[in-house]
Every structure is written in structure tokens, then in C-alpha cells.
Design a protein around this ligand. Structure first.
Ligand SMILES: [Fe+2]
Length: 245
């Protein structure tokens, strides 16, 4: 059995508010009795993609567990690489794999530099196919952008484009048991390519359905930050959402 913590959309922007919310979530997760096998952070780390914001992220996103982080639409690949990964500041996609016993987490970079919608480019899909070809079950695929509409129009407009490209890779590799994404800023569950898709709650804010709010954009900044716990057992993904008061 594998237990993962899933954090997303921390949007560190230099403000006391964003810092406090991230500190609160990290403190809570780090204080859990555990064991936790790994922490997955699915993008929108730095609100403006600056080196200073990544330095804050590097200082705050410290968990007593293996941690794997991908970029979102607010992130800047070169700064992300330099500060969070200690690598040269390349603009190439930041694709990473984490092996946890028999389980594999393949974390894809779905960001498009300078845009809010998402796309898995040829390099990333080739990388994902190679990871899947060298992995047995179970595999979880993570990325920032959701591959299907979730009923919130403003965020559905900036979803993953051409998701059929991903669907083709997933259909060829049945060891994938689920997808873990962020971007939406609300805990949500849906399906794609016959697989469960879990959308992590946002740390920075919570997006609402049109049925819940007439505000534009329909974002609630007062609801508490959240995260998710994923249990992977017997080839089945089970997800639990939590808020941190
Ligand atoms: Fe976000």
C-alpha cells in the first residue's frame, strides 16, 4: 500500500497571506503520524514565476518525505529548474519520475510558456511513453492541467488542449491506474480515458461552480486551504480531501 499527499496551487506571491497558508498546510502534513510515502505538488508554485517566489517555495515546501513538484501555468520553467531543482535554467519541459517500491509516479509538465491553458508536447509524451514502457503496475500520472471539463467554465477554457494525445498513450499502457491534477482549485473527481482523475484542492483559493457564485471569477479566497491523501492499494486509487483550518 502506498499513501501519497497531494498539494496543489500554492501560488506563493510574496504576500503574508500566501506564505501563511502554505506554512499552515506544510506544518499540518509534516505533523501527521504517517507513514506517508511521498508528497506530490501539482503546479502553480510561484504566482509570477520569479526567482524570489521560488526561493520562498524552496524554503517552505519542505516535507519529511520524498517530494516531487511539477510546474503549472503560473510557473516559469527556467526559474523553477534553477531554484527548485538546482539545475541549469532550461526552458524544456520539467518531466520527473518517482519510484516507490512497485509503484511509479510519472509527473508531466503540461504548462505552455506564456499561456494559461495546457498541452503535452511531443517531448513530454515520448518521455511518458518511455516511463510507462519501463514500469509495471501501478502507475499514477500527474500534471497540472485537467484533461476534461469540470463544470467551471473559466477554468474549463484553460484545460489541457488536445487531450486525445494523452488518451492514446494511456490506452496503450494499462498499468496506469489514475491521474492526479491541480489547476482547478477545488477538490473534484472525474474520469478520463476510462481512468479516475482526481483534482486536488487549491492552497491559495477555492474555485466555485456557477451554481454557487455569480462573482467573476468565481473564486473564494476565504475558504481554508486543502490537500488530498491518496491511498493506492490492490491496484485501486482511493482519494480523501482535507481542509486545514
Ligand atoms: Fe492555480
Amino acid at each position: 500500500m502506498i499513501t501519497l499527499v497531494h498539494v496543489s496551487d500554492v501560488h506563493l506571491d510574496g504576500s503574508a497571506r500566501s506564505t501563511e497558508r502554505v506554512e499552515r498546510v506544510v506544518r499540518h502534513i509534516s505533523g501527521l503520524p504517517g507513514p506517508i510515502d511521498a508528497v506530490l505538488v501539482t503546479g502553480d508554485i510561484a504566482d509570477h514565476g520569479t526567482a524570489e517566489e521560488y526561493e520562498t517555495a524552496r524554503d517552505l515546501l519542505r516535507f519529511p518525505y520524498p517530494t516531487i513538484i511539477c510546474p503549472g501555468n503560473h510557473d516559469s520553467r527556467p526559474e523553477f529548474r534553477k531554484v527548485l531543482l538546482g539545475e541549469a535554467g532550461s526552458g524544456a519541459p520539467v518531466n520527473q519520475v518517482l519510484r516507490l517500491g512497485d509503484a511509479t509516479i510519472a509527473l508531466c509538465d503540461s504548462s505552455i510558456p506564456g499561456r494559461d491553458d495546457g498541452y503535452l508536447d511531443d517531448e513530454t509524451l515520448r518521455w511518458l511513453a518511455e516511463v510507462l514502457e519501463s514500469s509495471g503496475a501501478p502507475v499514477l500520472v500527474g500534471m497540472h492541467h485537467q484533461p476534461v471539463p469540470v463544470g467551471i467554465p473559466y477554468v474549463d477554457e484553460i484545460a489541457l488542449k488536445e487531450p486525445e494525445r494523452l488518451e492514446e498513450v494511456l490506452h496503450a499502457h494499462p498499468q496506469v491506474v489514475g491521474l492526479l491534477v491541480g489547476h482547478v482549485h477545488t477538490a473534484a473527481a472525474t474520469t478520463f480515458a476510462g481512468l479516475p482523475v482526481y483534482v486536488a484542492p487549491g492552497v491559495a483559493s477555492t474555485a466555485l461552480l456557477p451554481q454557487e457564485s455569480t462573482a467573476w471569477p468565481p473564486i473564494d479566497f476565504d475558504l481554508p486551504p486543502g490537500f488530498a491523501l491518496h491511498v493506492l492499494a490492490d491496484g485501486r486509487l482511493t482519494s480523501h480531501a482535507r481542509v486545514v483550518l
